[in-house]
Design a protein around this ligand. Structure first.
Ligand SMILES: Cc1ncc(COP(=O)(O)O)c(C=O)c1O
Length: 670
């Protein structure tokens, strides 16, 4: 045999052997791989912390997520440390941690951006924000916004009568800070606004539907008040993104230009044109594209100028909400992002208004914005623990099941075995298809009674073990074949997490809103698993399978391997806007604990406020259960069992104590 022939023969033998078992070591314990270095910077990059964190969130050298409430690297709060501290105080996760200092910083930042734009554009008036309290109506949050907004003269926006009633009660000390009233208004809502005027507040009901104007005039006359009136303009320039219908001809609120002209005539006839003080628009929430902002403001400024020239006593131009939050950190016009900065926004608003007013030679009005999510989103973090995982790539097979089994395996099971044994980089797609076909046939045979439960179990193990091999081989390929693009997410783990999507992240469920989610510790360790998150509600929708990524949206999140005993904490960030109030009581999971954490000037942190989460009693009360009767009913049940000899007195006492304790306990898993 010459050398070439010898080598060829040897090669054929090896290839045949490899085809029979491509990885003879695969059934042995995994070979210890050389640990590949992983640093906290890698975690930062992986979870895009700097992109969405905007300086408020970073990873420290211990591999923990830290909060820098005023973006100062010298003032950090370690989130994992906070969780441990809360545990010592018997406040277990899930918990919403509100960083009041971030809230204060956001308000300062907003004021600063407009102050700079005003200076740069030689704008001859001021800017004020009115915080729409619907964004986070929790009393502590509204009070903090109001307190921290005081140096800048910021006011509040309400969208309903109850919201106004609450605001009337907390604004007595600052009559000059604006209150804007939006939303549907009946006589009593308007009456409350007029009474607030009489009490000395600077309050402007905004006419959103034409019928509200005569009602305001009638009620103002009754109280002998000269009201300040605003008008919401139905803009022709539509918004964009999820809230695009907040503007445009079909928008729910606002007056058509014809109606505005009619309103002007009504006011002129009553000699009250000076009462028309504000024009308003709301181009939609989370404006992702700066062009929409520019178009809307330009149109509104022209309406303002025209009305001013017609003799209206206009003083304010209210550009509404919409200033976005860069949830995914991409800085693009993707729905969860925004393609502009706060400074660009402020500059565009000021510049457009100045431009129109200068051209029409009218005085610059005071600029009002109703920025909500941009103020509140960053300051709240939802922290939750994991409860365990379920993994599809953990099924154990030997690859010798045909020899081990005493009987001949049915054809599709043998096909699965074959696919498992023969999968190689070159055959990866083919073997994956073979496994899928064989699995379908297995199911059909089982449903016809032609397969035993053991055989079906074996087929299941072989199928998932083949998929795991396919995934591992795919990771080595330079290019992932189209057919295998989803293999990572198909095989991803499920991490069971102690929270309710419906209560704490309702926008993730309802409108596919992306929130940055990541572990808050072990960030100096490479995450070796990928997973989706399942909450504790009995609802298959109660999951999160869309995650922030550098490109596109990730279907799985990189996570660390855990056992059910491990303490492993994840957090969802930027949840301070809309989530708390929109959350619902699905499966009776109520409000989570909430704590307000502040930075301590001596380093470290302290707790300013604790709002305990809902107990089982409280959520049952919401559902109109007579909770006072629940415990006595169980006690009667226990006594009956004692009487009938089914239970000892000691047992019945323990059961009664347990039941009472649980009624007064946290609704989440502890
Ligand atoms: C009238 C009005 N103003 C302000 C806002 C707050 O918007 P954002 O939170 O996007 O700033 C909203 C919310 O959609 C609104 O309807």
């Amino acid at each position: 045999m010459n050398t070439d022939v010898y080598l060829q023969t040897l090669f054929d033998i090896v290839r045949a052997k490899m085809a029979a078992d491509p990885n003879p070591l695969s059934q042995e314990a995994p070979r210890p791989t050389r640990p590949i270095a992983w640093s906290v910077d890698d975690s930062s990059e992986l979870y895009q912390v700097n992109a969405w964190g905007k300086g408020y969130f970073c990873v420290n050298t211990a591999g923990h997520l830290v909060v820098r409430p005023d973006m100062d690297a010298a003032r950090e709060i370690d989130l994992f440390d906070v969780v441990q501290g809360l545990k010592e105080r018997e406040l277990t996760t899930p918990v919403v941690v509100r960083f009041s200092d971030i809230l204060a910083h956001r308000l300062k930042h907003l004021h600063g951006a407009f102050a700079q734009a005003i200076a740069e554009n030689d704008y001859q008036n001021k800017y004020t924000a009115v915080f729409p309290i619907k964004v986070n109506q929790q009393r502590l949050v509204v009070e903090e916004v109001y307190r921290y907004g005081k140096p800048f003269g910021f006011g509040l926006e309400v969208g309903s009568k109850p919201e106004l009633l609450s605001v009337m009660g907390m604004t007595a000390d600052a009559p000059d800070r604006l209150i804007i009233c939006n939303g549907f208004k009946d006589d009593s809502y308007l009456e409350a606004a007029i009474i607030a005027t009489k009490l000395g507040r600077t309050i402007i009901p905004v006419v959103e539907n034409f019928e509200e104007l005569p009602a305001i005039l009638r009620i103002a006359e009754k109280y002998d008040v000269r009201p300040k009136i605003g008008i919401r303009v139905k803009l022709a320039s539509e918004g964009s993104g999820k809230w695009r219908e907040s503007a445009g001809d079909k928008s729910k609120f606002g007056l058509f230009i014809t109606e505005i002209l009619e309103a002007v005539e009504i006011l002129r006839k009553k000699d009250m044109l000076d009462c028309l003080q504000l024009v308003h628009c709301h181009p939609g929430s989370q404006l992702q594209d700066i062009r929409r902002v520019k178009d809307a403001i330009n149109e509104l400024a022209h309406v303002y100028a025209e009305l001013k020239i017609l003799g209206a006593g206009l003083q304010y131009i209210d550009v509404g909400g919409g200033l976005g939050v860069d949830y995914d950190g991409s800085g693009t016009n993707f729905a969860s992002s925004m393609n502009y900065t706060l400074n660009e926004y402020a500059n565009d608003v000021v510049y457009r208004i100045a431009n129109v007013c200068n051209a029409r030679k009218i005085a610059h009005p005071m600029i009002v914005s109703e920025s909500g999510r941009a103020i509140a989103a960053h300051h709240s973090v939802l922290i939750f623990n994991t409860l365990g995982t379920s993994a599809l790539d953990q099924f154990k097979v030997t690859g010798k099941e045909d020899q081990e089994s005493g009987v001949t395996l049915p054809q599709p099971v043998r096909d699965l075995l074959d696919a498992y044994r023969t999968v190689t980089e070159r055959r990866v797609v083919e073997c994956y298809h073979d496994a899928q076909t064989a699995r379908d046939q297995v199911l059909q045979m089982f449903n016809l009674g032609l397969l035993t439960l053991e055989q079906r179990g074996l087929a299941e193990r072989l199928y998932w073990a083949t998929c795991a091999k396919v995934r591992d081989l795919t990771r080595k390929l330079d290019e992932v074949p189209e057919e295998l693009e989803d293999i990572e997410s198909i095989l991803s783990d499920i991490y069971f997490c102690n929270f309710s999507v419906f209560q704490s992240l309702p926008d993730s469920w309802a409108i596919d809103q992306l929130f940055p989610i990541m572990p808050i510790h072990r960030l100096n360790e490479r995450p070796t698993r990928t997973g989706v998150l399942a909450d504790i509600t009995c609802d298959s929708d109660g999951k999160i399978d869309r995650f922030v990524s550098q490109r596109d949206v990730k279907k799985t999140l990189e996570l660390h391997a855990i056992t059910a005993q491990d303490e492993y904490y994840l957090a969802a960030f930027l949840v301070g806007a809309y989530q708390e109030t929109l959350g619902d009581l699905h499966n009776l999971f109520g409000d989570t604990h909430v704590v307000h954490v502040r930075f301590h000037d001596d380093g470290g942190w302290w707790i300013e406020e604790v709002v305990k989460g809902d107990t089982a009693n409280k959520v049952l009360e919401y559902m109109e259960y007579d909770v006072a009767d629940l415990h006595p009913a169980l006690a009667r049940d226990c006594e009956r069992a004692v009487r009938e000899g089914r239970m000892s007195v000691a047992e019945s006492q323990a059961i009664k104590r347990f039941y009472e304790g649980e009624l007064n306990g946290y609704a989440y898993l502890e």
